[in-house]
Write a protein that binds this ligand. Structure first.
Ligand code: ADP
Ligand code: ASP
Ligand code: MG
Length: 404
C-alpha cells in the first residue's frame, strides 16, 4: 500500500470554508492513488478556550479530566472533515485515539505514544475508506484518555507515519513552511527549503512552534522525512530530513525566540559545594524546568549570586519552593518576567569560527544588553529584555544574511 499521512493544523481547519478546502487537498492525494491517513487538530482557538475553562474551574484541575476536556476539540474537527468527504462522495469516518487504539504511557497532559494497533485502520484503508484520526490524543493502560502536550497532533502524525510505514508525512499549516524566523514577528523571514532534524529540533525547542519538538525527535529516530507546507497556497514547503541530504552554505539556518521566560536571581547565596544541587532538587521534583543557569564568581569566596531561567507560569511555584527550602540561605530573591531568549541555530556554526562574536557584536551595536548566554554545538542562545526581541531578530537576520 502506498500510504501518505496528511496532518492539518488548527488554522487549516479553522473555518467551514477551510475544512472544505482541506477535503479537496485530501482528494488530490486519493486521485494520485495514495491511501490517505488524515490527522487533524482542533479548530484554531478551541483548545485554548478549553484550557482556560479548566483553569476557571480550578487551578489544580484534575489532569485526567483535563485530557478528556482538551482532547474534545479534535473530535469535532475530525467529524467535520469526514462529513465533508462523505458529502463529496468519498468513504470516510472519524477515529478517536481510543477507537484505534493509540496506546500511550506517561503522565497525563504529556503522554507519549508507545503503540498503535494497526488492524482496524488497515482494513478500513483496504476497503477504500479515508480515516480521519484525531491528533493529540490517545488512551492509557487505565483506559483513560490522554494528551500528548500542546501541539501534539504533529506527534500523532509522525508516529502514525512510522507505524504504517508511510511513504510521506505532510504537515499542512498556516505558513509556507519552516521559515528563517517566526514570520509573525519578523516579516522578512524567508522559507527554508530543506533543514536537518537536528536544526529543526533546536528551533522547535527554542521557541519556533511551527513543529512540536517531541515530534521532530521521533522523526529523527525513525528517519521519517517531513514536508511542512501551507494548506492555503499550493507551493513547495520545507523538507525536514537527515543532515546528509543537505548541501548548505549558510552559517545560520534560523532564529528562534521564546515568549514566556522568567529570570530568577538568588542574591547572596552561600558559596559551598552542593549548594546548586540543594537549590535545584526541589524544583526538579516539582517538574519545574530550569533552563539557562549562571553562577557569578564570588568575590570573597563566601557568597555568590545564582541566576536561572524558568517558564513564567512556574514563577509562583518556584518562589514558594525557594522560600520554603531550609537547605539554602540567600539575601534576596529577584524575579524578572520581562525577558526572552533569542537563539541562532545552524549546523554551519560547527565549522565556522567567530559566530559568537558576530552575534554579540550585532546585538551590542543595537544597544541590546545580554543577560545570560548558553551554547551548544549548533546553537547560541542569549537572554535579553523582552522589549528588544524584534530588534534583536532583525539585527541577527541581517548579520547572518538570512534576508537573502
Ligand atoms: P498548526 O495549527 O498548523 O499546528 P502552529 O500555530 O502550531 O500551526 O504553527 C504555525 C505557526 O508557527 C505559524 O503561524 C508561525 O507564526 C509560527 N512559527 C514560529 N516560528 C516559525 C518558523 N520559524 N517558521 C514558520 N512558522 C513559525
Ligand atoms: N489542538 C492541540 C493544541 O492546540 C493539538 C495541536 O494543535 O496539535 O495544542
Ligand atoms: Mg502546531
Amino acid at each position: 500500500m502506498k500510504i501518505v499521512v496528511l496532518k492539518f493544523g488548527g488554522t487549516s481547519v479553522g473555518t467551514i470554508k477551510r475544512i472544505k478546502k482541506v477535503a479537496k487537498i485530501i482528494v488530490s492525494y486519493v486521485k494520485k492513488k495514495y491511501k490517505v491517513i488524515v490527522v487533524s487538530s482542533a479548530m484554531s482557538g478551541i483548545t485554548n478556550e478549553l484550557v482556560k475553562k479548566s483553569q476557571r474551574i480550578s487551578d489544580t484541575f484534575n489532569p485526567s479530566e483535563y485530557d478528556v476536556l482538551v482532547s474534545s476539540g479534535e473530535q469535532a474537527a475530525c467529524a467535520l472533515i469526514a462529513g465533508r468527504l462523505n458529502h463529496i462522495g468519498y468513504k470516510s469516518r472519524s477515529w478517536m485515539g481510543w477507537q484505534i487504539p493509540i496506546l500511550t504511557e506517561g503522565d497525563h497532559k504529556v503522554s507519549k505514544i508507545n503503540q498503535i494497533k494497526k488492524n482496524k485502520i488497515k482494513s478500513y484503508l483496504k476497503s477504500g475508506g479515508i480515516p480521519i484520526v484525531a491528533g493529540f490524543q490517545g488512551i492509557n493502560l487505565s483506559q483513560r484518555i490522554t494528551t500528548l502536550g500542546r501541539g501534539g497532533s504533529d506527534l500523532t502524525a509522525i508516529i502514525i507515519a512510522k507505524f504504517f510505514a508511510a511513504q510521506k508525512c505532510v504537515i499542512y499549516t498556516d505558513v509556507e513552511g519552516v521559515m528563517t524566523t517566526d514570520p509573525r514577528i519578523y516579516k522578512k523571514a524567508k522559507k527554508i527549503k530543506i533543514i536537518s532534524y537536528e536544526e529543526m529540533l533546536e528551533m522547535a525547542s527554542l521557541g519556533s512552534k511551527v513543529m512540536q519538538s517531541n515530534s521532530i525527535q521521533d522523526a529523527r529516530l525513525n528517519r521519517i522525512n517531513i514536508d511542512v507546507k501551507s494548506s492555503f497556497v499550493k507551493k513547495n514547503g520545507t523538507l525536514i530530513t537527515k543532515r546528509k541530504n543537505i548541501v548548505n552554505n549558510k552559517i545560520i539556518t534560523g532564529i528562534s525566540s521564546t515568549k514566556n521566560d522568567a529570570k530568577v536571581t538568588l542574591v547572596g547565596v552561600k558559596d559551598k559545594p552542593g549548594i546548586a544541587a540543594s537549590i535545584f532538587k526541589p524544583l526538579s521534583k516539582n517538574y519545574i524546568n530550569v533552563d539557562m543557569v549562571v553562577q557569578n564568581i564570588s568575590a570573597d569566596g563566601n557568597e555568590t549570586d545564582l541566576t536561572f531561567t524558568i517558564k513564567s507560569e512556574d514563577v509562583k511555584k518556584t518562589k514558594k519552593l525557594l522560600k520554603q527550602n531550609r537547605k539554602i540561605k540567600f539575601k534576596n530573591l529577584i524575579i524578572d518576567k520581562g525577558v526572552s531568549k533569542v537563539s541562532i541555530i545552524g549546523v554551519g556554526m560547527i565549522t565556522t569560527p567567530g559566530v559568537t562574536y558576530r552575534m554579540f557584536q550585532a546585538l551590542s551595536k543595537r544597544n541590546i544588553n545580554i543577560l545570560v548566554i548558553s551554547t551548544s554545538e549548533i546553537k547560541i542562545s542569549v537572554l535579553i529584555s523582552k522589549k528588544h526581541v524584534v530588534k534583536a531578530i532583525s539585527a541577527l537576520h541581517k548579520e547572518f544574511k538570512l534576508d537573502k
